[in-house]
Design a protein around this ligand. Structure first.
Ligand code: TRP
Ligand code: SF4
Length: 406
């Protein structure tokens, strides 16, 4: 079963590179065919760390969007938009902040790391600490089921699940559920007393085993209707109504393409190949890229496991080519220049498609803007539905009174 809705975002880092393509974009392209997908430029997120470098955000956002489209993200299939153009993200961030304990945010593994790592900048700000709240709002505002992200983002997904759960617990309690449950228990026959006992065990000790036993009791109680069971599940779990959906991380077997030096590919490390690099530049970069350092002379044997070129073969080559590279490397049967050839050609072939797609958008900037406007409009509409419910349950769904005569 495919998820019903996915949401993912990227900070506007400008032109994308092949690491972005193989690590994320390729996956987005697959997902957009299977499910309702929302992909956005996380420009407010850029400000959480780059509040003092704002000149590049706009250009980076458009460059990144062109690259998304070049990679095959299709604005006819997915809803592509810009975070800061959908103000509901900000409203939900504000409201979620009311119920988010500071300790949850301080406990996010990357929080202290980043403050120390990015020492030249003061990140002891409200915005930076609160960034997981904003990220939660990005997803929860669309009631998305799944979030395609890299494993570095999993702690953020965990915390957004906790936020949704806490929110539903605080604001989703159905009025009279307790009374209703007591009536429904009467329909459970012999399952009633074990069910009540398991529920107590679950609620008092968080015993997961007891939870599944209690669910079994519900299944076995034949006189309950589907609706009855829903109520009793809410009563059992103490969760109440699901106003916000708890999303899960959608981790895919995304291939990991390292940079030219074997480190993580990153523009700032100077080891990246852009999505739309020129042919000559691709050839040159591959020709000069690092190989197994132990293979100094042509006659030395090499070890592909110690060579970033091999990682490229894993992503780009078919089985025969890979076998050829393995054998040739380990026996010094081929030279590194030879080994790199098919990789360079495969990248160039892949990029032809990127260049071709990009042209359509580069030739027609107005079309890009229209597509993004439409994406923002659709996203806003979905977000407004959620916000309406959220405001209502939080007691601020009221309107100014127009009738002052009574
Ligand atoms: N934090 C993510 C990153 O740095 C980007 C992001 C922001 C995001 N909001 C999101 C990803 C919501 C998925 C869903 O990569
Ligand atoms: Fe790397 Fe290929 Fe050279 Fe072996 S032959 S070291 S795999 S480039």
């Amino acid at each position: 079963m495919y998820p019903a809705r996915v949401v993912s975002g990227m900070r506007p880092t400008g032109a994308m590179h092949l690491g972005h393509y193989h690590g994320a974009l390729k996956n987005w392209v697959r997902i957009q065919d299977q499910t309702d997908s929302l992909f956005f430029v996380a420009d407010w997120h850029a400000l959480t760390t780059h509040y003092d470098e704002t000149e590049t955000i706009e250009k980076s956002a458009w460059d990144m969007l062109i690259d998304w489209f070049s990679a095959g993200v299709d604005p006819e299939k997915a809803t592509v938009f810009i975070q800061s153009h959908v103000l509901e993200h900000a409203e939900l961030t504000l409201l979620l902040g009311m119920t988010t304990p500071l300790s949850w945010l301080e406990r996010v593994p990357t929080y202290r790391d980043q403050i120390e790592k990015i020492a030249h900048k003061d990140l002891t700000t409200f915005g930076f600490l609160g960034y997981p709240v904003m990220m939660a709002a990005d997803v929860l505002v669309y009631r998305a089921d799944q979030v395609p992200v890299g494993d570095d983002q999993v702690p953020h997904i965990e915390i957004m699940r906790e936020m949704a759960r806490r929110f539903n617990h605080l604001y989703g309690q159905e009025k009279g559920l307790n009374e209703k449950a007591l009536v429904l228990l009467g329909k459970m026959g012999t399952e009633q007393s074990p069910f009540v006992a398991y529920r107590r065990a679950y609620q008092e000790k968080g015993d997961a085993e007891a939870l599944s036993r209690a669910r079994e009791c519900l299944e076995k109680a034949v006189d309950l209707s589907r609706k009855d069971r829903e109520h009793l599940v809410g009563w059992l779990q103490g969760t109440g109504r699901q106003i916000l959906v708890e999303p899960r991380a959608l981790l895919t077997e995304a291939s990991r393409l390292p940079g030219l030096d074997g480190q993580k590919m990153s523009k700032s490390y100077g080891n990246a190949i852009a999505l739309r690099e020129s042919k000559d530049s691709v050839r040159k970069k591959i020709r000069t890229m690092q190989t197994d350092p132990a293979r100094v002379r042509r006659t030395d044997v090499g070890d592909p496991d110690k060579c970033p070129v091999w990682q490229f073969h894993i992503v780009y080559s078919d089985e025969d080519t890979r076998a050829w590279a393995q054998k040739g490397c380990r026996s010094a049967g081929i030279g590194c220049i030879e080994c790199k050839q098919p990789v360079a050609e495969a990248i160039i072939r892949e990029q032809e498609m990127f260049h071709e797609r990009a042209q359509k958008y580069l030739d027609n900037p107005a079309y890009v803007r229209d597509v993004i406007t439409a994406g923002c409009d659709r996203a806003r509409k979905l977000a407004q539905e959620t916000l309406r419910d959220v405001r209502d349950v939080m007691g601020i769904g009221y309107k100014p009174k127009t009738d002052r005569t009574g």
